[in-house]
Design a protein around this ligand. Structure first.
Ligand code: A3P
Length: 287
């Protein structure tokens, strides 16, 4: 793997993914497919587990049938790992698929078939903090050190999958035009049951209260961390090197305070205001 980014359609992307861009863009979604899209480190895996539990009526055993990255394939990585394109084409409908692509680069077949999209957004400071730790492990992204450079690159959109600001605003603006459910990581932490209910309703699943509670219990940070089928511990090592730390890191709101200096926070805040001023999207930015 090359630890290098290149620019595709104006977005920074790992070279190992970029070289396969045409296949990704031409991905053939089917009617009824559901796309789970996020900016990296926004709670994707958490939502993958929740959605799979919802689709399987909270059945824990069924949801342990395979690692989460196999149950919900990642469309940008189909050429790098299993399940690949062939397996994904053979999956029965409705398929649930994962992507980190910004709204304008989602393969057009998803919109053509009016597929439902679940989008999870996480506040910028916690996202960059989580991403910095993750990029130590991710073998196709540049070494994120030192932190101060990484923070600057994040503000400029010079990290994998480009600008967080454009990503969260892009889906926010499109949510009235398409079937997009916009969920916040911070709400999932605070009111998991309500958020799970919202997702179930969006997916057309009418689940009893006790099933929803069971799903909330099975998708807590601690439960997922101890579940080898949900914690990504078996993710291919040539892509994700977890020898020093694991995928399930802290799962907290406000962990950015362990990384930002007072001065970095001020600079970030000024830049944040500038980049977000053209949008009605607001976050519960943890102070
Ligand atoms: P941290 O690095 O802050 O711990 P993604 O799946 O998009 O890569 O996001 C990963 C982030 O979500 C990590 O954040 C991870 O710990 C957190 N996460 C995963 N499952 C979670 C859960 N059940 N509850 C809370 N946070 C979770």
């Amino acid at each position: 793997m090359q630890r290098r980014l290149t620019v595709v359609e104006g977005m920074a992307l790992a070279q190992d993914i970029a070289q396969n861009w045409q296949q990704i863009w031409n991905f053939q979604a089917r009617k009824g497919d559901v796309l789970l899209d996020t900016y990296p480190k926004s709670g994707t895996t958490w939502m993958q587990e929740i959605v799979d539990l919802i689709m399987n009526d909270g059945d824990e055993q069924i949801c342990r049938r395979a690692p989460v990255y196999e149950r919900i394939p990642f469309i940008e990585l189909l050429h790098l790992m299993k399940p690949g394109m062939e397996e994904v084409n053979a999956m029965p409908s409705p398929r649930i698929l994962k992507s980190h692509l910004p709204v304008h680069l989602v393969p057009p077949s998803f919109w053509r078939h009016d597929c439902k999209v679940i989008y999870v957004a996480r506040n910028a400071r916690d996202t960059v903090t989580s991403y910095y730790h993750f990029d130590q492990m991710l073998q196709f992204h540049p070494d994120p050190n030192p932190w101060e450079n990484y923070l600057e690159r994040f503000m400029k959109g010079e990290v994998g999958w480009g600008s967080w600001y454009d990503h969260v605003k892009g889906f926010w603006e499109m949510k009235e035009k398409h079937q997009i459910l916009y969920i916040f990581f911070e709400d999932l932490k605070k009111t998991p049951l309500q958020q799970i209910q919202k997702v179930a309703h969006f997916l057309g699943k009418n689940l009893p209260e006790e099933t929803l509670s069971q799903i909330a219990r099975l998708s807590t940070f601690d439960h997922m961390k101890n579940n080898p089928m949900a914690n990504n511990s078996d993710f291919p090592k040539e892509i994700l090197n977890q020898s020093k730390s694991g995928f399930m890191r802290k799962g907290k709101v406000g962990d950015w305070k362990t990384m930002f200096t007072v001065q970095q926070n001020e600079i970030f805040e000024d830049d944040y205001r500038r980049q977000m001023e053209d949008s009605s999207l607001t976050f519960h930015n943890p102070k």
